[in-house]
Ligand binder design. Sequence first.
Ligand code: AHG
Ligand code: MN
Ligand code: MN
Length: 338
Amino acid sequence: MNQTSTAQQILTVQQHILQEQKRFPGASGEFSWLLSGITLATKLIQAKVRRAGLTDIIGEQGEVNVQGEVQQKLDVYSNDVLAHCLSVRESIGVLASEENENPIIVHKGSENAKYAVIFDPLDGSSNIDVGVSVGTTFSIMKRPEDAALNDPEKWILQPGSAQVAAGYVVYGSSTILVYSVGNGVHGFTLDPAVGAFMLSHPNIKMPKQGKYYSVNEAYRDTFPEQYGRYIDSLRRGDLGKPYASRYIGSMVADVHRTLLKGGVFLYPETKSNPDGKLRLLYEANPIAFLVEQAGGQALDGTGRILDIQPDSVHQRTPIILGSPTEMEAYQSICSQQC
Ligand code: AHG
Ligand code: MN
Ligand code: MN
């Protein structure tokens, strides 16, 4: 009988997490139990996303969230499912979500509560009712030694470099979970027949260079100067051949493509979003963690995203992320311009 090579090894995300968590001395299975809360929740979310047109889940919930955005029903459902699946994991003490104004304390006073999970339950929600890919992002922080059980902000307002794990699920033509615990980036595709995320993209490394740039060009005239110069240089072919443009409008989908194919994704500050549109804690940080683990770079325009010291849960940041060649080119333009 031919032996399956390790490359074809059938590995579920649960098995992978168990292997990975050996890197966390004293983790005693709590970490894999925590992450299983995320995999369960995202399976439930994807089942709803796949049927969004069929059940009464599509369309607006009518309420406006803390971001001032009209909540889509699937946003609310996804938020509730994640909150439920995670709050029953005793190792989790605090949850923070794009959809909730304040972080939620979910430990019952247990000293075992070590982790905070910060998430965007449904990223790209404006794309739900047109059948375009959406996603979920998550960032896991460990409670700082000096953080009191009843001081949830202290648990989460840490620089992205303090993340112990981060990841996303993209609900696209297939459902793919991509995560890292700081030991490389690994992707798992949901096999609907089995209901398990199976290892499909071991140790993702960004190509040195891609062929796409990804930005909402409608706002180009209000970007800071260096971005226009940068986009023109990509179009002109200064990095070899002229770039093509791809923009889905769901950050998780645009980032997933950039992670696998290389290239650059950017959402700079604009007139309507002078601090940038994307949120630091649950969009920029988890993505920046993965991009760096995969060999790329993620900046806020001048500095490293993961170095930013947050001062509020929903604070926004400009972001430009991509593969080495494109990021070097941006920084050389910026050295004359920023
Ligand atoms: P969310 O749906 O969680 O609010 O996030 C939407 C974000 C992000 O997914 C995407 O990159 C960006 O909004 C698109 O913004 P524009 O429509 O302004 O391009
Ligand atoms: Mn989002
Ligand atoms: Mn969202």
